[in-house]
Design a protein around this ligand. Structure first.
Ligand SMILES: Nc1ncnc2c1ncn2[C@@H]1O[C@H](COP(=O)(O)OP(=O)(O)O)[C@@H](O)[C@H]1O
Ligand SMILES: O=C(O)C1=C[C@@H](OP(=O)(O)O)[C@@H](O)[C@H](O)C1
Ligand SMILES: [Mg+2]
Length: 190
């Protein structure tokens, strides 16, 4: 079992990382962090504005910095953005610093869930389906590379998905207790 005390959600846009993450954080008593919201707070602008002014490369640099900052600590439920797995350094960090759950979703479900969404710059063009299929093909092996557990959000509502995922995680993952588990990385108690 991965002993890290952070729980990390990865997967494509619309897989439910943000909304399932909120419920899981409550269930496990973890501090919730959504990487996109953290980036926006630090930048003082939206993900869409960062993409517009700094390009995707600028956003990815901010994303890597925020992941490193957040994962320096413990006891976090981290909902990543869909592209967090693109950089090899990010993947190494995610694997080392958390129990990683890959949320699965089909392109059809993404299209349905994100039909009204205008906040994701990668979906601003006209052919959303093609973009999502291309991203899925590029990224599926990267999600698989970091995942400790895969969970299909398929036919479930986000509330049901969170409940079922918590049930699956309960026997698999335990937050190391401060009193009994030495911090695995710094040599001090967490
Ligand atoms: N299991 C689900 N069933 C139906 N809709 C969902 C489910 N998970 C998420 N959604 C919806 O999809 C949209 C995107 O969810 P979000 O949590 O932001 O995904 P992500 O953070 O993975 O991009 C939201 O409108 C959310 O309500
Ligand atoms: O897949 C991606 O590259 C992105 C996913 C988004 O987060 P969600 O996966 O939470 O939608 C956000 O980080 C940005 O729009 C880029
Ligand atoms: Mg999200």
């Amino acid at each position: 079992m991965n002993p890290a005390s952070n729980l990390i959600l990865v997967g494509p846009m619309g897989a439910g990382k943000t909304c399932i993450g909120k419920r899981l954080a409550e269930h496990f008593g973890l501090r919730l962090a959504d990487a996109d919201r953290e980036i926006e707070q630090r930048a003082g602008s939206s993900v869409a504005a960062i993409f517009e002014h700094e390009g995707e490369a600028g956003f990815r640099a901010r994303e890597s910095a925020v992941l490193a900052e957040l994962l320096a600590g413990d006891g976090l439920l981290l909902a990543t953005g869909g592209g967090a797995v693109l950089a090899a350094d990010n993947r190494r960090l995610l694997r080392e610093r958390g129990f990683v759950v890959q949320l699965l979703v089909t392109v059809e479900q993404q299209l349905e869930r994100l039909a009204q969404d205008r906040s994701r710059p990668l979906l601003a063009g006209s052919d959303r389906e093609q973009v999502l299929r291309t991203l899925a093909a590029q990224r599926a092996p990267l999600y698989a590379e970091v995942a400790d557990l895969r969970f299909d959000t398929g036919a479930l509502s986000s509330a049901e998905a969170a409940t079922r995922l918590a049930e699956q995680l309960d026997p698999l993952w335990r937050r190391p207790q401060a009193s009994s588990a030495p911090h695995p990385y710094s040599g001090v108690n967490a």
